[in-house]
Design a protein around this ligand. Structure first.
Ligand SMILES: [Zn+2]
Length: 166
């Protein structure tokens, strides 16, 4: 099992040493850049010395596609997307993030995550995804390309909708 830390996890200051019990503790190159921007890098340097690994995910397309489906893409930074992409590339992983948009996409992808430090405390319980819905009769559809309701003829538009996590 790998542990991936996102920017919010690193900036929380809760990780002053490498947590035990994981095969690797990872961040992405984009997260390192984001975290290094306005802040003293001291804690990050300590973590890197202690074995924190920096990886660059090779492919962000699947992460972007998932974020598009859940409607979170506009809220995600390059660093956020890189975290989701890296999580998709590792086989067993748990992501530490306090960012609800990142949590929502991970949940949609069935990737395990936790809020930094307070385990499960600020963690979302359900995924929100975009579902096409008729503005006239309110029916939900599954075809994302649908523009007009076959029942009442009104406009069909994607809306954010809850999807209970199993
Ligand atoms: Zn309708």
């Amino acid at each position: 099992m790998d542990l991936i830390l996102d920017s919010s996890a690193l900036l929380s200051g809760k990780f002053t040493s490498i947590p035990n019990g994981f095969d690797s503790v990872l961040i992405t190159d984009e997260v390192r850049t984001e975290v290094s921007k306005g802040r003293p890098e001291k804690s990050l340097v300590l973590l890197l010395d202690a074995g924190l690994r920096v990886l660059t995910p090779t492919d962000k397309d699947s992460a972007m596609e998932a974020a598009r489906r859940t409607g979170d893409l506009p809220k995600l930074s390059e660093a956020d997307l890189s975290v989701i992409a890296l999580a998709l590339e590792r086989h067993t992983v748990i992501v530490v993030t306090d960012d609800f948009a990142v949590q929502n996409v991970l949940s949609f992808l069935h990737i395990r995550f936790t809020g930094g430090g307070e385990l499960g405390d600020r963690t979302i319980r359900e995924t929100r995804i975009l579902k096409p819905r008729c503005r006239g009769c309110g029916r939900f559809y599954t075809d994302m390309a649908m523009k007009e309701c076959p029942i009442c003829g009104s406009e069909v538009r994607p809306v954010r909708s809850r999807d209970r996590i199993r």
